[in-house]
Design a protein. Sequence first.
Lengths: 192, 216
Amino acid sequence: MQELIWIFVSALLINNFTLAYFLGICPFLGVSGRLDTAFRLGLANIFVMLITALCSWALNTYILPYAPYLRLISFIIVIASTVQLVEMAIKKISPELFRALGIFLPLITTNCAILGLALFATNKGYNLVEGLFFALGAGGGVTLALVLMAGIREEMKVLDIPKLVEGTALNLIIAGILSMAFMGFAGLFSAS
Amino acid sequence: MNQVQTTNRSAEEFLKGLWKENPVFVAVLGMCPTLAVTNTAINSLAMGLATAFVLVFSSLLVSSFRKLIPKQVRITAFIIIIATFVTVVDFMLAAIVPQVHKELGAFIALIVVNCLILGRQEAFSSKNPVGLAMADALGMSAGFTFALLSIGSIREILGSGSLFNIPLFGSGFEPWVIMVLPPGGFFTLGFLLLFFNWLQKRRKAQMRATPSTVKP
């Protein structure tokens, strides 16, 4: 149990996908303008990551031992089509949930964070339960980074920022400062 | 009959990737490898070349088959082509330079989701003949490698006081460790973009001052 919690906390804070591994930077810079959009994108991320963990575990266990060179192609195709299927199911079962998350699903299916999750989980040899906790932590970490960034950017709208600095350059520098703050969490492990 | 024109067009497509439409500094594409593996110049170069290999060969294939790939499934087809070449490069690096392969780790496999590569297939290779597509792919690869190498060099020089593992400063140099850690990637690219913004603004101001000379 403790092992699972460590996997979760490590993916959530210490090895934060966005701020330490630079995965999912595109939505992090692109869709972090508004707080509630960012939060919903984060939730959609968690959702897709859980599906990914399930898919990659199934592939790793049942198919890839026989054809390791198909790893990348099969990850991408299986994850993308599963997300599509689940999306259709949600649309049917709960239109409300679909309205909240739906538009983001095509955006994040197999972006770097999703494929990265599948690859890291494979490299670390996680089993199904560990993989799901890893996905939950990683998705939570992405959500956390997105929400923090969106919060800062919403505040910045009322500030008087030089024209030259506005845009991607400033966002990257803010992300750098956030990333520095998250480095502090590295102490969590050695303390225990 | 228009040999000269074709050559000119190819040269133009090549050069635009290098500078005017540089994938990293201007279009801000392919962020995740750009920031993640540029902590040393060698890693940056390896990542740049691996991406170049994938981009050039995917463009070659997509452009050759552009009339055969049905429009509805083109993205899937592109991704399968790209993933194939990424698998090739993954195994190739593992065989030739195992040390670098180990350091880049999962990021080699993540070339698949580099938006730069899929973007070029969708925007250019699937619409243009092989020659032009190659020129475009080579230019974009060169631009990407150049950008990665410059970020990597800056980070390695500031963060460990060396370049390509050759120490540059005496033993008195206190390395700026944060630059080789994740935040350094964000800072370096942020300040580089700032610098390019400033360049562009200055050029615009100059153009306004002498309006009759150049038209974009």
